[in-house]
Design a protein around this ligand. Structure first.
Ligand code: AMP
Ligand code: MN
Ligand code: MN
Ligand code: MN
Length: 299
């Protein structure tokens, strides 16, 4: 299977912190020439049926997806799961536990913001929430932009929602072992999301990759909207060093906020194993494709 494939295996809908429905994302993926798509909402698979159905209607190949929040050496790390069975009970329970603390965390964030004079942030953020099980910092960011406190969501994160800032609340997410195990035992492949975003030392990053592999993780995002072109090369090397398959995904959230559009990233470097090669039997085929060519070429 080729690495020259317009696969976009990382994006968010209104089921987590995106602003488009799964159906609108599917249509956008189709318009942008995506051949293989996955919706990867944060800690939540409630959009999977809708995404898969829309993909089928539009003629996109589809993989189930999720992005699980993990705490590793006191930092938040994201683990993408692809190609799992969404009916798997242990995965569903694990995700529901991971989401569980979000409401209290949001109330604590609002309390922190109130201390610096920003009132009503919990209710304000909720106005942007579609799935009430999944309130995130992004919803607070949208409220602070709407109410004129900041110009854009980036500024909100910088001034209010990151470590040491008034709206930041320490939070303990899933363990690396649990997240990888939930995904793999549900038949999926676990992938380290956007590794360049973490602020680990070289030793800590080595520990992340080593432990991830030890738990059964098989992939790493190399080409992502969160990486620079130089970081594609760095993490292509890391993928080879750790014998991990490589993934590609925009991390698209919103037409108004995201700088990387669905399906518009460079292809994966050719000397890597694309993660979809590990998932051929998990891909929901677009109806018009013959079984001999499980995934059509990008163009
Ligand atoms: P949460 O899971 O509630 O901690 O929210 C994390 C989400 O916030 C990420 O998935 C991004 O969508 C968004 N985010 C994190 N950092 C930034 C940033 N600096 N600028 C814009 N959005 C961000
Ligand atoms: Mn997000
Ligand atoms: Mn992420
Ligand atoms: Mn994401």
């Amino acid at each position: 299977m080729t690495s020259i494939l317009n696969a976009d295996l990382h994006c968010h809908s209104v089921v987590s912190d995106g602003t488009l429905t799964p159906e609108a994302l599917a249509a956008r993926a189709k318009t942008n020439g995506v051949a293989l798509w996955a919706l990867t909402d944060h800690d939540e698979i409630g959009g999977q049926q809708r995404a898969a159905a829309a993909a089928r209607t539009l003629g996109l190949h589809y993989l189930t997806g999720v992005e699980i929040s993990v705490t590793f050496i006191n930092q938040t790390v994201h683990i993408v799961g692809l190609g799992f069975d969404p009916e798997n009970p242990a995965l569903q329970l694990g995700l529901s536990q991971t989401r569980g603390g979000r409401k209290q965390r949001a109330m604590d964030m609002a309390a922190g913001l109130a201390k610096v004079g920003i009132q009503g942030a919990f209710e304000g953020a909720l106005k942007f929430v579609v799935n009430h099980n999944l309130i995130s910092r992004t919803h607070f960011a949208r409220f602070l932009v709407e109410s004129g406190v900041c110009r854009d969501t980036n500024e909100v994160f910088r001034k209010y929602l990151t470590e040491g800032k008034p709206g930041y609340v320490e939070h303990r997410w899933a363990s690396l072992k649990d997240a990888v195990t939930w995904i793999t035992q549900a038949g999926g492949v676990a992938v380290i999301a956007h590794p360049a975003r973490y602020k680990f030392t070289a030793n800590q990053e080595f520990a992340l990759f080593t432990e991830f592999k030890g738990h059964g993780g098989q992939g790493v995002e190399v080409v992502t909207g969160s990486h620079t072109a130089a970081e594609y090369l760095t993490y292509a090397d890391t993928a080879r060093e750790f014998d991990l398959a490589a993934s590609r995904g925009s991390d698209f959230h919103s037409p108004d906020e995201s700088h990387t559009e669905l399906g518009t990233l460079p292809y994966l470097p050719g000397n890597l194993t694309p993660v979809w090669e590990l998932l051929l039997d998990r891909i929901q085929q677009a109806p018009d494709t013959s079984p001999e060519t499980p995934v059509s070429m990008g163009h």
